[in-house]
Design a protein around this ligand. Sequence first.
Ligand SMILES: NC(=O)C1=CN([C@@H]2O[C@H](COP(=O)(O)OP(=O)(O)OC[C@H]3O[C@@H](n4cnc5c(N)ncnc54)[C@H](O)[C@@H]3O)[C@@H](O)[C@H]2O)C=CC1
Ligand SMILES: CC(=O)C(=O)O
Ligand SMILES: [Mg+2]
Length: 360
Amino acid sequence: MIIGIPKEIKNNESRVGMTPGGVFELTKKKHSVFIQSTAGEGSGFPDKLYTEVGAVIVDSIEEVYAKSDMIVKVKEPIAYEYPLIKSNQLLFTYFHFASSQTLTEAMIKSNSVCIAYETVEDEDGTLPLLTPMSEVAGRMAIQQGAKYLEKPIKGRGVLLGGVPGVPPGKVLILGAGVVGVQAAKMAAGLGAHVTIMDINMKRLRYVNDVMPSHVTTEFSSEYNIRKHIQTHDLVVGGVLVKGGKAPKLITRDMLKLMRPGTVVVDVAVDQGGCFETTKATTHEDPIYIIDDVVHYCVANMPGAVPYTSTLALTNVTLPYVLKLANTGWEAACEADATLAKGLNIVHGEIVYDGIAEAFA
Ligand SMILES: NC(=O)C1=CN([C@@H]2O[C@H](COP(=O)(O)OP(=O)(O)OC[C@H]3O[C@@H](n4cnc5c(N)ncnc54)[C@H](O)[C@@H]3O)[C@@H](O)[C@H]2O)C=CC1
Ligand SMILES: CC(=O)C(=O)O
Ligand SMILES: [Mg+2]
């Protein structure tokens, strides 16, 4: 198969769809790989490393799309790319359709086959292609939150770890999935007091078992959220309803309960966000303030640490890229139920319930 890897063009997105190590495995199986010039540079992979393993460097994104049967990338195609997508072309990337009707309509119109990393789902309900980026974003959420809590950057002026004689800051985490647990780990490591909430008791039992005693679990309800946002300094949104829109757990009127300078980091922004006041931001301009609450809502957080994220992403996508390249998407999805869950839009039809429901 002919595989194309374009350079990402989303704001400050320096990840690339495949490492040279991944390309090596594809060319070993006699597949052809076209990669856009400098696509890997931001992740520490100059063109030379790709040509050494048999990839062909092409100058423009137009050429990558025009030559390829399958496009392997990181983020959803953006408007510039819509007209480049060919009928029947296979697109393997993150899409997060439920948060964008424009993207959904464009992919329906393209007559392509869209397999979304974020809905590839194992038998046990875990999301193997979302997990590593959620691990990155969960850990980053505390790094970013701690930074914006500093007074010159508009926060409350609280040091999360406190100091001897002064209590630590308080972090509230909504969702005890991958993002939530990684955020809890980082916040606990800094010495902050952590409250983590979920509606899944199994997850809360797990967190209770593995975390130190300054991480406390609490069932996620409006009553409990209203209570805790009055005393916590940093609130992290990490909830997910697979493939669907995130539930709005903190409404506009609830912001008034928070103290000025409280920071919210809504990692769930890519599925629409769990704060009513969430709107997607970029690494270039990551925050905005509403009712004195600092909002950080960057939809591609791992893009800022591409040296780590590109490796972590290829680790998990490569086995599926190989299956798709070796047998084509129909046979690969028939043989692998986990991969088949990634089918979101096929030749103009939405085939994933969560997306259809988001726009019903
Ligand atoms: N902004 C960014 O750069 C990135 C965003 N993400 C996003 O972060 C979100 C979370 O991802 P994961 O942690 O991997 O998902 P996950 O499925 O591991 O965890 C989500 C958790 O939310 C819980 N939940 C659902 N409804 C809830 C409610 N009403 N109250 C409390 N908890 C609730 C679920 O029970 C589950 O435990 C996703 O939308 C994902 O796409 C992931 C990576 C990067
Ligand atoms: C998962 C996702 O949206 C990201 O890695 O940017
Ligand atoms: Mg995202």
